[in-house]
Design a binder for this molecule. Structure first.
Ligand code: PMP
Length: 293
């Protein structure tokens, strides 16, 4: 079964899928993207991802290449044509192809690309042990709310994380607060037991998983504070985790080499992961600890 990609109206073999060298995505990173996770053949949080895509396009004044309804159809076609039950569906829209010139081209049709990649999600080991994160200065621009394909700071950040044996790098603003991971939102559970994540603003990407988790936490009656937290507070947290479309909720058990709490995944993160997996239609195989069962 060859992998299939979608490029501007055509379903093509993944290996030979291309866009033009003067596409503004290639030249200027002048484009936006979304990653929608396919769990058991179902698109997780699809509406949220499409709403954020609409917002990103609007903020950058890039036109929809197709209607949202058509995009939904293409997304489904991609899952079916690639015959993938558990996958990451990648959608990218750029301002299109035009002679290289910084200002917006007078006329350029936006480029639409979709790819689909099989995924296994997190290993039982990662869920049982949690993952390490390191911290780095946040060197990104100030419109982090736009899901732009301009990801160089995150590329460098992730590489640093990997070189230090970590899974993710949490980015720190000059005021000492944690903004977010390179490709995930950051959460802690304070010493007092409150769940904390940073409010949506132009300083972070408002994760779709994050938004779902906030709703789920409210439904579960979990004490929640939407506020910035410092790295110092994170070091003292009882629990920590990251959220994203591809990791759902993944426990963080060390920050900069210091164990978080007792160094093991905590009950609140586990409870939220379970709730999220139920929300996307797949109960997690990881059992709840006795105190939450
Ligand atoms: N922050 C950043 C910087 C990200 O790249 C991502 C993942 N794309 C997230 C947060 C998490 O967002 P989501 O839950 O929508 O995947």
């Amino acid at each position: 079964m060859p992998r299939i990609a979608y490029v501007d109206g055509r379903y093509v073999p993944h290996d030979s899928a291309t866009v033009h060298i003067e596409d503004r995505g290639f030249q200027f990173a002048d484009g936006v993207y979304e990653v929608v996770t396919v769990v058991n053949g179902r698109l997780a949080d699809e509406e949220g991802h499409l709403a954020r895509l609409a917002r990103s396009l609007d903020e950058l004044r890039i036109a929809w290449p197709v209607t949202p309804q058509t995009l939904k159809m293409i997304m489904r076609q991609m899952v079916v044509r690639n015959r993938m039950a558990d996958a990451l569906l990648y959608i990218q829209i750029t301002r299109g192809r035009a002679p290289r010139d910084f200002k917006f081209p007078a006329k350029a049709a936006p480029t639409l690309v979709l790819t689909c990649r099989r995924t296994k999600f997190q290993s039982p080991r990662q869920l049982a042990d949690g993952v390490p994160v390191v911290t780095i200065p946040d060197i990104r621009w100030l419109r982090r709310d736009i899901k732009s394909v301009s990801l160089l700071p995150q590329v460098l950040g992730k590489q640093q994380a990997v070189e230090k044996g970590a899974f993710e790098a949490w980015q720190i603003d000059p005021d000492g607060t944690v903004t977010e991971g390179c490709s995930s939102n950051a959460w802690i559970v304070t010493e007092a037991g409150a769940l904390v994540t940073r409010p949506a603003s132009s300083l972070i990407l408002n994760g779709i998983t994050r938004q779902s988790l906030i709703r789920l936490a409210a439904g579960l009656g979990i004490p929640f504070e939407e506020r910035a937290f410092t790295l110092d507070e994170a070091y003292r947290a009882k629990e920590a985790f990251i959220s994203s479309a591809s990791t759902f909720v993944l426990p963080v058990t060390s920050i900069d080499g210091k164990p978080v709490g007792n160094g093991k995944p905590g009950p609140l993160g586990r409870q939220l992961r379970q709730a999220y997996m139920n929300h996307v239609g797949t109960p997690d195989p990881v059992p709840l600890p006795a105190e939450n069962a």
